[in-house]
Design a protein around this ligand. Structure first.
Ligand code: GLA
Length: 732
């Protein structure tokens, strides 16, 4: 009884302090070079979300704000809306307390602003529920130069009894506009990151995934939102982009209420994830990444890319070696000689790394097909008796780097690991374990499994001195989730990803410089959570040029080219059967991290010669792809052509890629405005890898003013299906 009285007294004191600070009103401005978010308290001490958009000056201008909302229609836009009280819309936070009360009424308590670096300011705002002492800290990190704001929440059970979190978004943003055009991504295996735009209507739209891992095939935790327009526009209008840095289940929700106000929530998907929080415990949500552009979607992408290159991605746009990957060239069917021949051919074509894909391991259950062997990460000596170190040395002796494939989160039923540790497999007790691609998922919520997965990476690195690259694959999602380790099964989805990140953090501590690719049946793990640890992403198993145009266009809406693995493969393409010219395949792959994935033995001498030239020329401009700003010039969704350019910071050099992607009978040549250039400079335009020495552009080699190239443009004669061209545009 005494305890209860004490609790009531404490919370009453908090309420008084919240109300007294409410009377004073607090305004919080979170600003970058050109954008601003504003939060402020109202008479009740609630923290309102007042503005996100262009910089608008002093936050205190909101003093006296009236929204004229009827009091019976929910509440004014909250910075972190919680279930209960007068709030009826989708909540960022929902809590069940020990007495089964489900109301949370957050009030502003305090805030603090710290300058973390010359470019980044962190603002932390503390909100408290007066009855239960549940505390929420909203954290905003504002990156000044890149106009990116990261937001997350930390939820602390400040009460004396355990609680359960039923919803726990990272961040909420509220907007008011006449129209909201949502652009988001959908797809499937081999068809990732297709773009779809729709005008939001009243009600709730969600973009979500509940597959546990491999969560970005069918959708992606990211979006663009164009305001006051029905048209997606590269260069005009207000656009907000958002992305969640989380590799597990996610939910982005967009709710337009009766006042036409849009509330966006981004965070971990709470579905089947009610999260118990003991007394004093804190739950930290992943970062939601926001940017705002007042000049169209192009600038929103460039903001995200710049932030990713500078702060958000592990690789920081470090240039990656060009490579030959063994998968589509050899699949499981190889011995040492096949591989050393591939290394020889790769070297001949000027490639800088060889990556040995699946199939090199397993002795009791040799990995000669996808049906067995995962989990048994020892060398298959029948295939490579000389050892991995022989292959690595062979590549190194030719001045090339060496990489190798692993899939450490997985186990085949036919493996020594599955026989030894059946309890390590994800499964709900008493239910049948389902296989996908003949494999099960290991339970990364279990610290012993985390040690094992770390060990797979560590031991693979020890197979040869100087392994330079690891391709980390993840070829199935979660089905029938469950863990024999966890007491509370609803922690599974979250603890799995936290376990994965903990392993990756250990790996990065020990191997900071190894290039690590995030692959998940292609683009199943392309998100900013993964990119915090991985250098690059394999964006799709579909290596066919035309499909890749759409996959890369969508991927690079949000994620930068410096993480986009893109390979040239054989024809007919193994996934689509399509036949495209080698030049087209190269010109598409060269707009990302260039690699090849085929059997060079099957190439003709002239194809090899072309490849050599294309690789060589790529090396000459790849800094632009890795570090330059992307300008999308023609959308592949708009017509017969696709064009893009990367420009360096001082706009003195650019590379332009242009493609004809539909048959259109020689009637239309594209006019491509090079919008990323500086109008006051003069530039020479030079086509690279020109077929038979005959450029497709009349102005090849000529000098033009930046104004000409920006406002008139170039009209290369790309009129036949799969015609393509690469231009270097350089000012003296
Ligand atoms: C997945 C990957 C491929 C390849 C195979 C190997 O499908 O996406 O690139 O590595 O696994 O089994």
């Amino acid at each position: 009884m005494r305890r209860i009285i004490a609790a009531v007294c404490l919370c009453a004191a908090l309420l008084v302090s919240a109300l007294s600070s409410a009377a004073e009103k607090t305004y919080i401005s979170i600003a970058t070079r050109s954008t601003q978010m504003v939060l402020g308290t109202n008479d009740n001490g609630e923290l309102l979300f007042l503005h996100y958009g262009a910089r608008m000056g002093a936050a205190e201008q909101f003093e006296g704000l009236k929204t004229y909302r009827r009091v019976d229609y929910s509440m004014d836009p909250q910075a972190y809306p919680a279930q209960g009280g007068r709030y009826y819309n989708v909540p960022a936070l929902a809590v069940t307390y020990h007495d089964s009360d489900r109301n949370t009424e957050l009030r502003y308590s305090s805030h603090k602003v710290e300058a973390v670096s010359s470019d980044m300011t962190r603002t932390s705002v503390t909100l408290v529920d007066s009855k239960t002492c549940l505390e929420v800290k909203l954290i905003y990190e504002a990156y000044y130069d890149t106009d990116v704001i990261l937001a997350s929440s930390e939820i602390t059970n400040g009460g004396k009894k355990p609680v359960v979190l039923d919803a726990f978004a990272s961040s909420a943003v509220n907007l008011k506009a006449g129209k909201y055009l949502l652009t988001h991504f959908y797809g499937s295996w081999a068809r990732e990151m297709q773009m779809e735009s729709e005008l939001l209507t009243h009600g709730v739209k969600t973009v979500e995934n509940k597959m546990g891992v491999r969560t970005t095939h069918t959708e992606n935790p990211s979006f663009m939102l164009s305001l006051n327009t029905s048209t997606f526009d590269e260069n005009n209008g207000e656009v907000i982009a958002g992305a969640l840095a989380w590799s597990g289940n996610y939910r982005l929700s967009f709710q337009i209420d009766e006042t036409d106000q849009l509330s966006i929530l981004g965070g971990i998907n709470p579905d089947a994830s009610a999260y118990p929080l003991a007394k004093g415990e804190t739950f930290r949500t992943p970062w939601m990444i926001w940017t705002f552009s007042s000049s169209g979607a192009g600038q929103a992408s460039r903001n995200l890319h710049r932030w990713a290159r500078k702060d958000g991605c592990y690789s920081h746009a470090k240039v990656c070696p060009t490579l030959l990957n063994s998968w589509e060239g050899a699949y499981f069917d190889f011995g040492t000689k096949t591989l050393t021949d591939m290394i020889d051919d790769a070297c001949e074509m000027g490639l800088e790394m060889f990556v040995l894909d699946d199939g090199w391991f397993g002795s009791t259950y040799p990995r000669d097909n996808s049906k067995q062997g995962l989990g048994d990460w020892e060398l298959n000596e029948k295939k490579i008796p000389e050892g991995i170190s022989y292959l690595a040395d062979y590549a190194h002796s030719k001045g090339m780097k060496f990489g190798i494939w692993i899939e450490p989160e997985m186990v085949s039923p036919k493996s020594n690991l599955a026989e030894k540790h059946p309890d390590w497999v994800v499964c709900s007790e008493g239910r049948e374990k389902t296989t996908t691609r003949s494999q099960w998922l290991l339970d990364l919520t279990n610290p012993k499994v985390q040690d094992f997965v770390f060990g797979v990476f560590d031991n693979t690195m020890k197979l040869a001195p100087g392994i330079d690259y690891i391709k980390w694959d993840c070829n199935r999602h979660v089905e029938g989730f469950g863990s024999s380790y966890l007491k509370e099964q609803s922690r599974f989805y979250i603890d799995y990803i936290q376990g994965l990140y903990s392993v990756l953090s250990r790996i990065r501590e020990k191997y900071p410089d190894v290039i690590v690719q995030s692959c998940s049946s292609g683009g199943g793990r392309v998100d900013f959570g993964a990119l915090n640890w991985f250098d690059e992403a394999w964006t799709s198993d579909n290596t066919e040029g035309l499909s890749r145009v759409f996959i890369q266009y969508g991927t690079n809406m949000i994620y930068p080219a410096c993480i986009t693995g893109s390979h040239v493969s054989a024809v007919p393409n193994h996934q689509t059967g399509n036949v495209t010219p080698l030049k087209f395949r190269f010109d598409v792959a060269c707009a990302g991290r260039l690699g090849m994935e085929l059997q060079p033995k099957n190439m003709s001498e002239s194809e090899k010669e072309f490849a050599k030239g294309a690789v060589e020329s790529y090396k000459g401009y790849r800094e632009l792809v890795f570090e330059g700003d992307l300008y999308r010039l023609i959308s592949p969704y708009d017509g017969n052509h696709y064009a893009l350019m990367y420009v360096n910071e001082d706009k003195s050099k650019a590379v332009v890629f242009a493609y004809c992607i539909r048959y259109q009978a020689r009637t239309k040549t594209p006019l491509i405005r090079l919008s990323g250039l500086d109008g006051s400079k003069n530039y020479t335009v030079k086509e690279l890898n020109v077929p038979e020495g005959k450029s497709c552009f009349w102005g090849d080699g000529k000098e033009f003013s930046g104004e000409f190239l920006r406002s008139h443009g170039i009209n290369p004669q790309l009129v036949k299906l799969y015609d393509s061209a690469v231009f270097i545009v350089e000012s003296k």
